[in-house]
Design a protein around this ligand. Structure first.
Ligand code: SF4
Length: 705
């Protein structure tokens, strides 16, 4: 048999064809009909079937260390959550979710926690990935709305990659861009990144900027365009406001090429070439990723990029726009249902006019009225600080490992240790997070789950259940529905299949939202799908409405944005240095990221030997001069130290690093290698707008080990 589904790794969201017999997957290949990848897969996707199997899977629920049946586990979850709320209030319970969840799981979690448990404290590991891009879009466009499609990368005359190692982190998108560049020799690619990465192989121009100086570089571009009379005043006058304020902010610094180049530590001639190329082309896509977002000024950086696109009218056209690429397979789906603590539901924030009343009425049943919080909850890092203070007494974690991935990870572990009730829904038996769990719930995984995900270009695709879950593992949505029933909310959670959840999600997206920014996320034309239609749902880009039944490839083509006056806003940006200061004791700037063949904490990719071949152990990438200065040798062991922890790895001496900077991968946990957790090195410095932690700009010392 062959079933089409979607890869569970990165935000490209590739379609996968799976050959199986209902019990075993024999082969996977790229789905030629899927518009994200047209048959391509990267090495991770093509090894999917090698990462499966029941070995190492959680198969039985556990309560207080003892294996129990599901009824006992679900009664314990419901009873303990209820008791916590009764003793400490609704806000004493919280959930921490993941971009690995399917949209249907996310929807049920959001409805249960915010709607019926009455707590605003539900956030997601997507906070670590793209919260700054979300905040930047909202400030500029009035909505969290990615304007572009992958096709736009192929249609562009100039593609600018900022803080993105596309070749490793979104490999199929990189392959598409590479092919497009081969077909169109006039296309230019600019890579702006402190590290020389494999992505630079297709670069016509590389700017190895100083970490954190992106906003200064794009502010300089805005001023240069104004000075050289390259602004599109027709577009600006018709569709935007805020140019004067944004220009004034940019000009608070010296915007001469020499001054900007000095502050960004790039060659002035190269900088000028980039500015000239950007200003000269209309069809420009700027694609940005975690290198922009994971910063204490990530929102400002994204707005500095968006400002330049608006100022040049380079948006709403084929091959044009500021394009944030998500890391996780369903970061976008989480945003759709309200999975961020500052959101309420369906792209509505708490301050969206009438939203609380609207959602209350939508979720009400004949006998149940939801108990919605009146304002935003704690964002990821704040949530664990609230646990540390004792304010949050019960936490349900699904499909993620904050003990590794959050900054100040040792402090997160201490908070989990202190939390009276930790519930963990998890697939694997040996993640180090389970040490902190009072209740462990075995969850189904990719190839077992049924639902939808949304990729970086707003395309909703089906993930299809193919294999039976191992042992007593259950789907996340089912687990939450059973808990909701035990809490007395059964009428509002009467779902027997994910298609019913998707239907409700689609209906809410179009419910009385004509008057505000949330109207952009409207998939109401997908409401009412029966099980057969849902099973057959083909990939489609939102919005999907009666006027756009086949979806929407590009937003803002009419120049109307989701703000009250329909105009986009150029946001004044004052560049800021990273928050984690360098000092004599911590002289090196720490950069963090993924390696090509691994995903997150390697619970899946770590099971495929061929994926381990690429980078088999934790490492520290160091410039040759720094290796000499700090007395560390190539392939020798060394350690990085910060006030919050240390990281041990093998040194890779490399000219791809700038002097004074080191790079470590994010994947290793104590399970795979003692003391190589990247999160333990980083301090918790947050972007004040988005709450996203500054994971790209740590400050560390280096010594032989
Ligand atoms: Fe999966 Fe991303 Fe690779 Fe596509 S590019 S196969 S979505 S990991």
């Amino acid at each position: 048999m062959q079933t089409s589904t979607t890869c569970p790794y990165c935000g490209v969201g590739c379609g996968v064809l799976v050959d199986h017999d209902g019990n075993t997957i024999h082969h996977v290949e790229g789905d030629r009909d899927h518009p994200a990848n047209f048959g391509r897969l990267c090495v991770k996707g093509s090894a999917l079937h090698e990462t499966l199997g029941w070995h190492g899977r959680l198969t039985r629920p556990r309560v207080d260390g003892l294996e129990v049946d599901w009824d006992t586990a679900l009664d314990a979850v419901a009873g303990r959550l209820d008791a916590t709320r009764a003793a400490h209030g609704n806000g004493s319970v919280a959930a921490y979710l993941s971009g690995q969840l399917l949209t249907e799981d996310y929807y049920v979690a959001n409805k249960l926690f915010k709607g019926f448990l009455g707590t605003p404290h539900l956030d997601t590991n997507s906070r670590l990935c793209m919260a700054s891009a979300v905040a930047g879009y909202k400030r500029a466009f009035g909505a969290d709305a990615v304007p572009c499609s992958y096709e736009d990368l192929e249609d562009a005359e100039l593609v600018v990659l900022v803080g993105s190692n596309l070749a490793w982190n979104h490999p199929v998108l990189y392959q598409r861009l590479r092919t497009a560049k081969t077909r169109n020799p006039l296309m230019r690619v600019v890579v702006i990144d402190p590290r020389v990465t494999d992505t630079c192989e297709i670069a016509d121009l590389y700017l190895g900027l100083k970490p954190g100086s992106d906003a200064r570089l794009f502010n300089g571009l805005l001023a240069w365009m104004a000075d050289k009379k390259r602004l599109d005043h027709v577009y600006l006058d018709a569709h935007t406001h805020g140019l004067d304020e944004a220009l004034a902010a940019a000009r608070e610094d010296d915007t001469s090429i020499e001054a900007v180049a000095a502050d960004c530590d790039v060659d002035p001639e190269r900088l000028q070439t980039f500015y000239y190329w950007f200003a000269s082309q209309l069809h420009v896509v700027t694609l940005y990723s975690q290198g922009v977002n994971q910063s204490s000024s990530g929102t400002d950086k994204s707005n500095a990029i968006i400002n330049c696109h608006l100022a040049g009218g380079k948006i709403g056209l084929p091959g044009a726009g500021p394009f944030s690429i998500t890391g996780q397979p369903n970061a976008m789906g989480g945003r759709e249902v309200g999975g961020l603590a500052n959101q309420l539901a369906a792209h509505m924030d708490y301050h969206t006019p009438g939203a609380i009343d609207r959602v209350t009425r939508f979720w009400s049943t004949d006998s149940l009225t939801p108990d919605l919080p009146q304002g935003p909850g704690y964002k990821a890092v704040e949530l664990f600080e609230a646990i540390e203070r004792g304010e949050i007494q019960a936490l349900w974690i699904m499909a993620t490992n904050p003990a590794v991935s959050l900054p100040d990870a040792n402090r997160v572990r201490a908070a989990l240790e202190k939390c009276p009730l930790v519930i963990v829904s998890e697939c694997m038996v040996d993640t180090d997070l389970l040490e902190y769990a009072d209740i462990v719930l075995p969850a189904s995984s990719w190839s077992e789950k049924n639902g939808t995900v949304t990729n970086s270009e707003r395309r909703i695709s089906r993930q299809r259940g193919i294999l039976p879950p191992p042992g007593e593992a259950r789907h996340d949505w089912w687990i939450m529905v059973e808990v909701a029933k035990r809490l007395g909310f059964g009428e509002a959670f009467a779902y027997a299949h994910p298609c019913q959840i998707f239907d409700e999600h689609a209906r809410l997206s179009g419910f009385e939202n004509e008057g505000d920014g949330s109207r952009l996320f409207n998939i109401s034309a997908l409401a009412g799908l029966d099980r057969a239609d849902y099973d057959a749902l083909a990939p489609i880009q939102w919005p999907v409405t009666e006027q756009a039944l086949h979806g929407t490839a590009r937003l803002f083509e009419d120049g109307r944005f989701a703000t009250p006056d329909g105009r986009a806003k150029l946001v004044p940006v004052c560049p800021r240095e990273p928050s984690q200061p360098l000092s004599e004791a911590r002289p090196l700037r720490l950069n963090t990221g993924r390696v090509r063949d691994q995903w997150h904490t390697m619970t899946r990719t770590g099971r495929a030997p061929r994926l381990m071949n690429h980078r088999a152990e934790p490492f520290i990438e160091v410039h040759p001069d720094d290796a000499l200065t700090y007395g560390v040798g190539d392939q020798r062991l060394a350690r990085l130290v910060s006030p919050s922890g240390e990281y041990r790895g093998r040194v890779r001496v490399s000219n791809s690093q700038r002097r004074g900077e080191v790079f470590v991968p994010m994947h290793w946990t104590d399970r795979f290698s003692g003391n190589a957790r990247m999160g333990s090195l980083l301090e918790a410095h947050l972007d004040p707008v988005s709450g996203q932690p500054e994971s790209k700009h740590g400050a560390v010392s280096l010594e032989p080990f």
